[in-house]
Design a protein around this ligand. Structure first.
Ligand SMILES: NC(=O)c1ccc[n+]([C@@H]2O[C@H](COP(=O)([O-])OP(=O)(O)OC[C@H]3O[C@@H](n4cnc5c(N)ncnc54)[C@H](OP(=O)(O)O)[C@@H]3O)[C@@H](O)[C@H]2O)c1
Length: 270
């Protein structure tokens, strides 16, 4: 929380989902360094408090912690109400919380895959749509949605995950166009592999992809996304290899791309 020595002038507030680790924690660090106050959301309250504590010790940010399971029904609406009760109006929303699952879709747990859609798609959509009008009215800020290079193509063995990221990419791009001329930015950040807890959650830590593709650092990915957002870019694909991967569906027949991904994302046990 703000201490006596901290500046009293109105500070800008950013809401970051999935801020208890990985890319979300990296975003929190970058924005704190730039003088933003933060609302940090994820399920793990202890980890959120750890992140908030580190940032408040190192910068003059005020980092609020709101533990939420954003995959639960109505989570987006509940989070908006929690913000309103406290009088918090984020100028920037970073929809970063998300997860994937590796395996044949018809064999993976159906409920977990539906929760993935609720988190990666439904909550991201609700938060974007409910917060954008106040940003437009204010004439500043915007929404940075974390998509993936997966959003450019189909992904056998991560079928639902790739499809959710295609949604995030296309939804964000369309919103960016609708918001043009409003001084509000909407950006889709599309990373390739990044070294975070993502691979363990997805069950793909020792998969072929992680052996073949160099994984980026969360800090570098978040920095590229934040820089692109500040430049008003609709789509940010950090890294030359990832840019090339994103072009694959335009350069190669669709059947080749899906066969390549089916091979690349094949679970180790297959
Ligand atoms: N790592 C990659 O290779 C990669 C590549 C492209 C895109 N991405 C995308 O980047 C984003 C961040 O992932 P990451 O790589 O940083 O993975 P991560 O280290 O696993 O972080 C995921 C974050 O989302 C939160 N989260 C998960 N389920 C949640 C829920 N139900 N409610 C609220 N928060 C939840 C987690 O916190 P709690 O567990 O505390 O809830 C954590 O803070 C995701 O959208 C992912 O799809 C990752």
């Amino acid at each position: 929380m703000a201490t006596d020595g901290k500046t009293k002038k109105a500070r800008r507030l950013a809401l970051i989902t999935g801020a208890s680790g990985g890319i979300g924690e990296a975003f929190a660090g970058i924005l704190a360094e730039e003088g933003w106050d933060l609302v940090l959301v994820a399920r793990n309250e202890d980890e959120l408090r750890r992140v908030a504590g580190v940032l408040q010790a190192a910068t003059d940010t005020t980092a609020h912690v709101l533990p939420f399971d954003l995959a639960q029904a109505g989570a987006g609406g509940k989070l908006i109400k929690a913000l309103q009760r406290r009088g918090w109006m984020p100028e920037v929303l970073i929809n970063n919380a998300g997860f994937g699952l590796n395996g044949r879709a018809m064999e993976l747990d159906v409920d977990r895959q539906l929760r993935m859609i609720d988190l990666n798609v439904r909550t991201l959509t609700e938060l974007s749509l409910r917060l954008l009008p106040q940003m437009i009215a204010r004439g500043a800020g915007g929404v940075l949605n974390v998509a993936s290079t997966a959003g450019f193509m189909s992904g056998p063995h991560m079928a639902v995950y790739f499809a959710t990221k295609a949604y995030v990419l296309h939804f964000s791009e369309a919103l960016a166009e609708e918001a043009r001329g409003s001084k509000v930015t909407v950006t889709a950040l599309c990373p390739g592999p990044v070294k975070t807890g993502f691979q363990e959650t997805a069950g793909m830590s020792d998969g072929l992809l992680m052996k073949l593709m160099p994984a980026a650092r969360a800090k570098d990915v978040a920095r590229a996304g934040w820089q692109g957002f500040k430049e008003g870019r609709a789509v940010v694909v950090p890294g030359a290899m990832n840019w090339l991967a994103a072009q694959m569906p335009r350069l190669l027949p669709r059947a080749v791309v899906r066969k390549a991904n089916g091979w690349l994302f094949r679970p180790k046990k297959d």
